[in-house]
Ligand binder design. Structure first.
Ligand code: G3P
Ligand code: CA
Length: 242
C-alpha cells in the first residue's frame, strides 16, 4: 500500500498549511502529498479545501471574493497561540520542490473546481508546474472531469486522477475519456469486485479526524484495503503508518 499525506499531515497540524506540508515532507517512505487549490479574486492559486474560509480561518466568506492580500490577513489557529496563513501553491512548492525534483515525493494537486469552475485555473497550474520542471512528479485530480480534459489538452503527458465518491463512478468517468489514468474513490465506497480493478491505480481517500480533533487511535487494516483493490491511500495521519 502506498501512503499519501491528505492535505499534509492534517490530523496533528492544520490542514493545507506550511506546517502540515513540512511535517509530511519529512516522513520517510511517504509516496506523496495531496493538497487542494482554488483561485483568489485576483487569480492567485491558494491552497485551501473549502470554497469558504469559515471552517479553517478566523474569517468568513468565499475564497473567490477575496484578493490574495486580503486572504493573507486571515489567521489559521495552529495551537499554543500560534497561527498560520493560507499558503499560495508557490509557497508550498518552495518547500517541496527539492524532493519532487529528486523523485523522492509526488504531489497530487486537486483542483477544487466542481462548485466554482475557476476559469483559467488549469492553465495557471500547468504552466507553474512546467516553469519549475516538476511535471514528472505531479498528478492532477478533480471531481470535475471536464477540468481534467482541459489539463490533458494543455499537456498530453500529464498524469491525471479522476475523483468521485463511489469507485464505480470513478471508473465510469475514466472510461468516458477524461484522460485520467487513475481513479480516486472514497475508501468506504469500494463498490466493485476487486477483479474489475486489476491493473488500475486506485488511490482511495478518507475524510474526518482533522486537526484540531484528537487522534482516535483507530488503525486501518491495510491488507483488507488491498484486497478491495486499493493501491494507494490518502491519510490524515500518514506518520503513524510509516
Ligand atoms: O483528493 C482526495 C481527497 O482529498 C478528495 O476529497 O474532500 O478531502 O478534498 P477532499
Ligand atoms: Ca482534496
Amino acid at each position: 500500500m502506498r501512503i499519501w499525506a491528505h492535505r499534509g499531515c492534517s490530523q496533528r497540524y492544520p490542514e493545507n498549511t506550511v506546517s502540515a506540508f513540512t511535517k509530511a515532507s519529512e516522513i520517510k517512505g511517504l509516496t506523496g502529498i495531496e493538497l487542494d487549490i482554488q483561485l483568489s479574486k485576483d487569480g492567485h492559486m491558494v491552497v485551501i479545501h473549502d470554497e469558504r474560509i469559515d471552517r479553517t480561518t478566523d474569517g468568513t466568506g468565499y475564497v473567490k471574493d477575496y484578493t490574495l492580500a486580503e486572504l493573507k490577513r486571515f489567521k489559521i489557529a495552529a495551537g499554543h497561540g500560534k497561527t498560520e496563513r493560507i499558503p499560495t501553491i508557490e509557497e508550498v512548492l518552495d518547500i517541496l520542490q527539492g524532493k519532487l525534483r529528486d523523485k523522492k515525493l509526488k504531489l497530487n494537486i486537486e483542483l477544487k473546481n466542481s462548485i466554482y469552475p475557476y476559469e483559467g485555473m488549469e492553465s495557471r497550474i500547468v504552466s507553474l508546474i512546467h516553469g519549475r520542471n516538476l511535471e514528472k512528479s505531479v498528478i492532477y485530480s478533480s471531481f470535475y472531469a471536464r477540468s481534467l480534459e482541459k489539463i490533458r489538452l494543455l499537456d498530453p503527458e500529464v498524469e491525471l486522477g479522476i475523483l468521485d465518491t463511489k469507485c464505480s463512478d470513478c471508473l465510469y468517468k475514466l472510461k468516458g475519456g477524461c484522460g485520467a489514468a487513475a481513479i480516486h474513490p472514497y475508501w468506504r465506497a469500494m463498490d466493485l469486485p476487486s477483479e474489475v480493478l486489476n491493473g488500475y491505480t486506485v488511490r482511495a481517500w478518507m475524510t474526518g479526524h482533522l486537526y484540531p480533533e484528537k487522534p482516535t487511535g483507530t488503525r486501518l487494516d491495510m491488507e483488507l484495503l488491498e484486497h478491495q483493490g486499493i493501491t494507494d491511500i490518502f491519510l490524515n495521519e500518514p506518520e503513524v503508518y510509516l
